[in-house]
Design a protein around this ligand. Structure first.
Ligand code: PHE
Ligand code: ZN
Length: 856
């Protein structure tokens, strides 16, 4: 029987499950085309379930071989089977508790969607979050049904892994038991010819834990950094959150074909190999940074996600926002905290503000969805993390710590909601958080408008908050916005150190008197709330903050806003960059009291997409072609103007002979490569080529490569290819960088040519993403080519990929989310492509939901 077209699921319709599970036994007989999965599940009626008492199991693409209840085989008359569910009516059930057994057949070899059980390079691997387990066997595939799992795997492959601890092993089989009750989305199984890199960890409770990273033969020497990051994550969480690991073994597996970054399956994390494997020659400093962060993130999920999970998928931010916040804290402790904060805010603005400003805007806790995979977004993750950062700022560090301990103690083993989360803070602080909760239930980025008035030694600061309308939410209520601020004197001395103003009303005024001179405010220090500050301080005030603010974030922010303004003025009427701006930049670049990585960030210009959004905010229609050209001009102007400073930096920032990915060295490389990038065109690429040739690490090699591509070196792409053709992760960079650095008018043609390259394996999500986002993200002027060729290219590939891998196709469609920013011609071209995609037969629910929302 066929189900109707997919419909939206609403938070308001949540109902507890009819049955809970006491235990699960799974047995797998692995075979590429015909794997048998035998399940034995002990069900028990849920007193809170519906009175109909039906047993409802999810199941998709399963061939049911046989099913039994309490040992009696079921006939087709005993249940109702659709494409998505198997329902046994209460009348056919023996009572309140019973054992369900089923044998199903699945074909991992044919699973190109990479959800459920699939194969990658001869290895079996699963992805169960969010709703992949229903492609493995019939089950109540919802996070509020938690159970201990026992798993038996039968296969001739040498390494057979599942969640929990291994209980037995023999020729052709292994058995695993996970004592911690978990929802099905945390189930995992891996089988393959894998090699371990092993270590040990002793927890603060004295528990000995075996640590293994499993990789393909030959990759063993690229796991050291990930292992180190894992041990540091375990120690950090014990020290900061007082939570320890809880199994005898912790396994990580690297797989090449993976839709996302990584997955926190209990005791068996599965990673996109790009976030595990690294050596100095093949991985950049940025890659190392990501590995550290994602290893930590998945490990931290063991407490925030696994031990305490989500009641339903609307609560996704409960685990993701919190775990992102915790991994941010970890990185702040491991590296430079101000630099990390700047990078996180850059990311937030690039991805989340963009989402909030367009047709895909949604609450941190959405009210409805069609395909939950489409809600693993920057809003749920990154804005979700900002909300926790704000909570911590509002209640204070100590109360935050107490609230977290209460959360862990009170909810261990449960599936929770945002209400449960806020309640621990309310209980610890006796503070009413109902207004704060609007951050979870209202979409859109709040604007805070600033007005200042100074007279007779009295300074009045008026802050007004508004939230623009978003899809389905025309009107918004004021939220609680913590604004951290301080005051500087016109001489650059801090007269008023940081304090927090809590905006709760639409408008708030602060009065400070007894001032000798008009102060310069430093507002939203440390980016204390995820808002847009509508404030246009004078050039002089910003230059003063850039030079003297005690808050490093706002120092950077002042420079950033000067750069944005300079670019917008250049775009509007060709106004040349102010010498004061260029001199300020030079002084900052040369300021040895500042960390190198901070200076590198200060030298980086806003991205083309940022400038486009800046143009929109200024009431203009962005022209991607002009933005690209203007940004290039500014880069060249800076290079010329700062040449002596940049040359000196290039010489001085030599990190030394032995490569290390730590913050100190990577900061030096970042600054040195920034200096190279700004000046490479001045000597026709001579230094870039020398840099490329001398590089003994991928960070430097790639920096040289980018410059040479910009300059149009005719041989460099081939040279790079010939050196790295056998390395899949490095070749992803080759595809991406070439397209990102192509001249805009040639970018689409190059992307098209590269899709014909023998190494373009479009079924591999990393490779597909590298090539396609090389254009859509890496080369906005190329993607938005006035001919519409970039749009057609993306649409063609989305349609093609959707048939194999809907999840990745849907994610890549977000390249169209900003379409309403552009001129009428471009909008018409995009609209035509969106219509074409929407009209494609057999489109997945994933992609059709995205396209429908983007078009709306
Ligand atoms: N839960 C994963 C994480 O954030 C992300 C993920 C979601 C991975 C869905 C795969 C599928 O760590
Ligand atoms: Zn996560």
């Amino acid at each position: 029987m066929k189900d109707a077209a997919p419909t939206a699921i609403h938070l308001a319709d949540y109902r507890p499950p009819n049955y809970l599970i006491d235990e699960v036994h799974l047995s797998f007989r692995l075979d590429p085309g015909a794997t048998r999965v035998i399940s034995r599940i002990r069900f028990r009626a849920n007193p809170e379930g519906l009175d109909d008492g039906n047993l409802i199991l999810d199941g998709e693409k399963l061939r049911l071989v046989e099913a039994r209840i309490d040992g009696s085989p079921l006939t087709a008359l005993d249940y109702l089977l659709t494409d998505t569910h198997l329902t046994v009516p209460a009348a056919r059930l023996p009572g309140d508790s019973f054992v369900w057994e089923a044998e199903v057949e699945i074909a991992p070899r044919d699973n190109t969607a990479l959800e459920g059980l699939y194969m990658s390079n001869g290895m079996y691997c699963t992805q169960s979050e969010a709703e992949g387990f229903r492609k493995i066997t019939f089950y109540p595939d919802r996070p509020d049904v938690m159970a201990p799992f026992t798993v038996r795997i039968e296969s001739e492959l040498p390494v057979l892994l599942s969640n929990g601890n291994q209980t037995s092993q023999g020729p052709g089989f292994a058995e695993w038991h996970d004592p911690w009750p978990k929802p099905a989305y945390l189930f995992a199984l891996v089988a393959g010819d894998l090699r371990p890199v092993s270590d040990r960890f002793t927890t603060m409770d004295g528990k000995e834990v075996a640590l293994n990273i499993w990789v393909r033969p030959g990759d063993e020497d690229r796991c050291g950094y990930a292992m180190d990051a894992l041990k540091r994550s375990m120690t950090w969480e014990e020290n900061v959150y007082r939570r320890a690991y809880d199994l005898d073994i912790f396994n990580i597996v690297a797989v090449d074909d993976f839709n996302m970054g990584a997955m926190e399956n209990k005791g068996l994390n599965i990673f996109n190999s790009k976030y595990v494997l690294a050596s100095p020659e093949t991985a950049t400093d940025r890659d190392f940074d990501f590995i550290e962060r994602i290893i930590a993130h998945e490990y931290f999920h063991n407490w925030t996600g696994n031990r305490i999970t989500c009641r339903d998928w609307f609560q996704l931010c409960l685990k993701e926002g919190l775990t992102v916040f915790r991994d941010q804290q970890f990185t702040e402790d491991m590296r430079s905290a101000p630099v990390k904060r700047i990078e996180d805010v850059l990311q937030l603005r690039t991805r989340q503000f963009r989402e909030d400003a367009g047709p895909l805007a949604h609450n941190v806790r959405p009210d409805s969805y069609i395909e939950i995979n489409n809600f693993y977004t920057a809003t749920v993750y990154e804005k979700g993390a900002e909300l926790i950062r704000m909570l911590r700022l509002l209640v204070g560090v100590e109360a935050y710590d107490q609230a977290l301990q209460l959360y862990f103690d009170r909810h261990d083993g449960q599936a929770c909601t945002i209400e449960d989360w806020l309640a621990v803070f309310e209980d610890v602080t006796a503070r009413d958080l109902s207004q704060f909760k609007r951050w979870y239930t209202q979409a859109g980025t709040p604007h805070v408008t600033v007005r200042e008035h100074f007279e007779d030694g009295t300074y009045r600061l008026t802050l007004r908050q508004t939230v623009p309308p978003t899809p389905d939410q025309p009107l918004k209520e004021p939220a609680v916005i913590p604004v951290a601020f301080g005051l500087l004197s016109p001489a650059g001395i801090e007269t008023h150190p940081t304090r927090i103003i809590e905006l709760v009303d639409p408008e708030t005024t602060i009065v400070i008197d007894g001032l000798a001179e008009r102060p310069v405010p430093s507002l939203l220090r440390g980016f204390s709330a995820p808002v847009i500050l509508d404030h246009a301080p004078s050039f002089e005030d910003r230059a003063l903050l850039l030079a003297h603010d005690t808050d490093p974030f706002n120092r950077w922010e002042a420079g950033r806003s000067l750069a944005r303004e300079t670019l917008l003025a250049m775009l509007a009427d060709g106004t040349a960059p102010a010498p004061a701006f260029l001199d300020g930049l030079a002084r900052l670049a040369a300021d040895e009291t500042l960390d190198a990585d901070f200076r590198a960030l200060a030298l980086a210009l806003p991205s083309e997409d940022d400038i486009a959004q800046g143009a929109v905010d200024a009431g203009l229609v962005p022209d991607p072609t002009a933005i690209h050209a203007t940004r290039k001009t500014l880069k060249e102007t800076i290079g010329r103007h700062l040449k002596p400073t940049l040359d000196a930096l290039y010489e001085a920032m030599d990190p030394g002979p032995v490569y290390s990915p730590d913050a100190g060295q990577s900061g030096k490389r970042a600054l040195r490569n920034a200096a190279l990038g700004l000046t490479a065109h001045l000597d026709a690429g001579e230094r870039a080529l020398a840099h490329y040739e001398a590089a003994d690490n991928m960070t430097d090699q790639l920096a040289g490569f980018g410059c040479l591509l910009d300059i149009g070196d005719p041989d460099i792409a081939t040279r790079f290819h010939d050196q790295w053709r056998d390395d899949r992760l490095v070749m992803d960079k080759w595809f991406l960088l070439q397209i990102a650095h192509a001249a805009p008018e040639k970018a689409v043609a190059l992307a098209e040519t590269l899709t014909g390259h023998p190494l373009f394996d479009w079924k591999n999500p990393n490779r597909f993403r590298s090539l396609v986002s090389g254009l859509t993200v890496g080369n906005p002027a190329g993607f938005h080519d006035p001919s519409g060729a970039g749009y057609a290219f993306l649409a063609d590939w989305l349609i093609r990929l959707d048939r194999l891998n809907p999840q990745t196709a849907a994610r890549m469609s977000t390249a169209f989310e900003t379409w309403k920013r552009y001129d009428a011609d471009r909008q018409a071209l995009i609209a035509a492509e969106l219509t074409r995609i929407a009209g494609t037969d057999g489109l997945s629910p994933d992609l059709s939901e995205m396209i429908a929302r983007i078009r709306a």
